[in-house]
Structures are given as structure tokens and as C-alpha cells.
Design a protein. Sequence first.
Length: 154
Amino acid sequence: MKLKSLLPIGLAGALAFGAAAGEPRGFRNNNPGNIRSNTIKWKGAVGNDGQFVKFATPEDGFRAMARILRTYNAKYKADTVSEIINRWSPPSENPTTNYIDFVAKKLGKKPDDKIDIGNNQELAKLIRAMIEFENGKSKFPYDDATVLRGVEKS
């Protein structure tokens, strides 16, 4: 089958959104933080999949995630792994204790250690760890520079 004939039936979507079929939903949507669709007009949003926002690029998804985490810090003073994850992924929806433990371990921190949300490098590390948990700890398809670019746009 020729590439041209494949484009209309799914390969185009995979190419446009950066991840192939079979990848976790967050990667397919360029929304690795699995931000739910809502009334917010996110920069780079190109629709939704019925439940989660779809972004044009991974950087747009990282940017949105960083904006939310910075809002948590400014509005709720959330500045530890435990506080951030409890707000991001409440126990009523997810295995929050496992999530907190996974992220804290990835960062080399205790759950109640402070995180400098204003530091782009530290925020990018937090986001990367959260994304690994959100997407089933599968092979991480983004390099650190890509995550950081999104954070820097927030």
C-alpha cells in the first residue's frame, strides 16, 4: 500500500499529533499530563477526544501543565510533591499515594520536601515524573529539552 493512500485513514492523525496508535492516550493527544477538557481556551489546543484536551504539540501540553502547577502554587500554596499530586490527582480518582511515592522517588525527594515551582528546571523535572506516572510509566518519548521548552512558555 502506498504512503499516500494511508494518509487519509489514521496515519495523518498520528503524524499530526506526534504519537502513533498504541501509544498512551496522553502521548497521542500531546497532553501527557492528561488535562481534562473544560472551558479553558488553552494555547495550542486543537480540540478534545471526548474527555481530554488535544494539543497541537507536546510543548503546548507541557506549557498547560506548567501553568496549572504554577496556579496551584500561587492560589493554594501547593509546593510539595504531596500537595501538588493531591490536587492534580485526588484520591477519589486515582491511586494518589502511589503517584506521590513514584514522583518523590523520581525527584530524589521526600513527599513533603519543597519544590521550587518558579525554577523552570525543577518544574520540568516534576512534570517529567508526573508524565511518566500518568502514562503508565511507559517509554518516555520526549527529551528533557522538549519538556523544558514547554515549561519556559508558561
